[in-house]
Design a binder for this molecule. Structure first.
Ligand SMILES: [Zn+2]
Length: 235
């Protein structure tokens, strides 16, 4: 279950959303080309801009809207071992609960997860029963993805004194505030833990926009591939 917070025209509405409802919100967001970002806790933030026509001639007012989905049970940090267990379950449609020596375990076609670990996966809300099979919860899937795509930006170098012999060493001789002879480097690196993003922003805001764009691309690709129903042509 998720806590759902909607920022709309007349204020803020709060409620709860089931996994099914959250999935519907995410697929609708994709169809309408809204921006979606997943959180490491297993939630999501959907944002879009409404263009409202104002009263003045040709005036257009932009209004920011958002829906935030926060898991009632955040997935927490997923260790490498936990990620392996979750991959096993996600990749095997025969995954289900079974009983071994009177204790509950998860079994697949060729593997088994010990009772203690099974209990922890279950208590953390990472797995859910779907009929007689076991699958990952939506929070586990979103959290896994967000944790694989942790992005960062670097602090710009700022003002620095060029080393002797630097051909640009004479730059900025007239700068006030004791900065004579100094250069400024405002560039900031934007990287992602997945290794796919490695870019430079002219300043830190630009670098942050690059990381945000990357996280949104990852979320959109996930929704398109794993959540959106394939609609029949002409339907
Ligand atoms: Zn990434």
């Amino acid at each position: 279950m998720y806590r759902e917070t909607i920022h709309h025209a007349t204020g803020v509405t709060e409620g709860t959303a089931s996994e099914g409802h959250a999935t519907m919100l995410l697929t609708t967001a994709l169809r309408r080309e809204y921006a979606v970002e997943f959180t490491p806790a297993g939630g999501a933030l959907i944002t879009w801009t409404r263009r409202l026509f104002g009263t003045g001639e040709g005036s257009v007012v932009r209004a920011e809207r958002s829906i935030s989905l926060e898991p009632e049970m955040p997935v927490g940090n997923l260790s490498a071992t936990t990620r392996l267990d979750l991959d096993l379950i996600a990749g095997d449609r025969h995954a289900r609960y079974a009983e071994k020596d009177g204790r509950r375990v998860v079994t697949g076609l060729t593997w088994q997860i010990p009772a203690f670990t099974t209990a922890r996966l279950r208590a953390r809300g990472l797995v859910v029963e779907d009929g007689d099979r076991l699958r990952l919860s939506l929070t586990a899937r979103l959290g896994l993805l967000a944790q694989l795509h942790r992005t960062r930006t670097t602090e710009p170098k700022g003002w620095y004194r060029p080393s002797a012999g630097d051909p640009y060493g004479a730059a900025g001789l007239n700068r006030p505030g004791g900065r004579a002879g100094m250069l400024r480097d405002g560039t900031s690196a934007a990287t992602c833990a997945c290794g796919a993003l490695s870019a430079w922003g002219g300043d830190r805001d630009e670098a942050r926009r690059l990381t945000l764009a990357h996280r949104r691309e990852v979320a959109a690709a996930f929704i398109a591939e794993h959540l959106a129903r394939v609609e029949a042509p002409g339907a």
